[in-house]
Design a protein around this ligand. Structure first.
Ligand SMILES: [Zn+2]
Length: 336
């Protein structure tokens, strides 16, 4: 808002009819304009600090711990059901609209139907143009990269709980946020309902969501999407993912630019790795330009060591700060 006000003042200044215009508005009006600009700037700073004040690293980490205490949370498990109850209760209290998108998929080993449930949390539901924030909330059934206990319990603190904890923390800021577009947080099920280390079908929830969006278009349109995955690492470093740069270059750059402006150095504005993740069906099937924020440099990946002790609330809050700031200033060229 303030950048527009300043821009307008500057543009007015550069007009060739400057003298007559200035004579007309007079110094008193100029003083009033400056006062208006300063007031707007002050309210902008206040709004910014309000967003920051609502973010709480300890609370965010508490959410991550709470989710991990439920144990492993693969699709259709008891842990998943408890997690769903926890998320629904959290966002209902914050006055968001919460709904499920359900479908059945054959169990990869038994062939029997398994109920999958994507969970959708909507803010500003009246907005017809929306941004999709998403993560997966199922955990891999087994820690199959663990050298000692590949059939042990997989908690998925970073690979699973981090995205959920991030959105739960952001939920405190969303009601007062003034985002460019409406916001949906979607928690995908079946991202890795995988029972073999090499093979199997990933991204069941995001694929179904994308097919539904393509085949039964809703009343709203997603301008763009941001996927988060493994963003709770205590040694956080998020380079630009190569598929994101291919499918959604403006969007990807705009998020890293927001991080740069905020001085959040964990967002490294360089392409590093190419990853298949839930953003692939969103880009390819739903045609929603979607970027993936992912820290893939995580030694505990798919092992029993992926626990809260490897994660940090400070990391979660840094990602939250970038996303909340970005949501209020999504550039026009993104998603067009
Ligand atoms: Zn995983």
């Amino acid at each position: 808002m303030i950048s527009q006000a300043i821009q307008w003042t500057c543009e007015t200044n550069s007009k060739t009819a400057r003298v007559s215009l200035w004579a007309r508005i007079g110094w008193f009006s100029l003083f009033q304009m400056n006062l208006l600009a300063m007031t707007l700037m002050a309210s902008f700073v206040f709004a910014q600090s309000e967003v920051e004040q609502r973010l709480d690293a300890r609370r965010a980490f508490g959410y991550l711990e709470e989710i991990c205490k439920l144990g492993s949370r693969p699709s259709a498990s008891e842990g998943m059901t408890q997690q769903q109850e926890l998320i629904v209760e959290h966002f209902t209290k914050l006055k968001a609209n919460v709904s499920f998108q359900e479908f059945d998929t054959p169990h990869p080993k038994k062939g029997t139907p398994v109920r999958m449930r994507n969970l959708i949390v909507s803010w500003h539901p009246q907005a017809k143009e929306r941004v999709l924030l998403c993560c997966h909330y199922d955990t891999r059934p087994f820690p199959d990269r663990d050298p000692f206990r590949p059939k042990g319990t997989f908690i998925g603190a970073n690979d699973g709980a981090s995205g959920v904890a991030l959105f739960m923390e952001m939920g405190h800021s969303l009601p007062k946020l003034n985002p460019t577009y409406g916001v949906d947080m979607v928690f995908f099920d079946g991202e890795e309902f995988i029972f073999e280390r090499d093979g199997g079908k990933y991204f069941l929830g995001s694929e179904y969501f994308s097919q539904q969006y393509r085949d039964r278009p809703p009343a709203h349109r997603y301008v763009c999407g941001v996927l988060v995955d493994m963003i709770g690492d205590k040694n956080l470093s998020i380079p630009q993912e190569k598929n994101s740069l291919k499918f959604a270059p403006e969007l990807t750059r705009s998020i890293w630019e927001t991080a740069r402006a905020l001085g959040i150095k964990e967002f490294v504005a360089k392409p590093k790795i190419e990853i298949n993740d839930d953003h692939i069906p969103l880009n390819e099937i739903a045609k929603i330009p979607t970027t993936d924020l992912i820290d893939f440099d995580y030694p505990a990946w798919h092992t029993t060591k992926d626990k809260p002790s490897e994660c940090s609330g400070t990391s979660l809050v840094k990602v939250a700060r970038v996303l909340l700031t970005w949501l209020e200033q999504v550039p026009k060229e993104v998603g067009r």
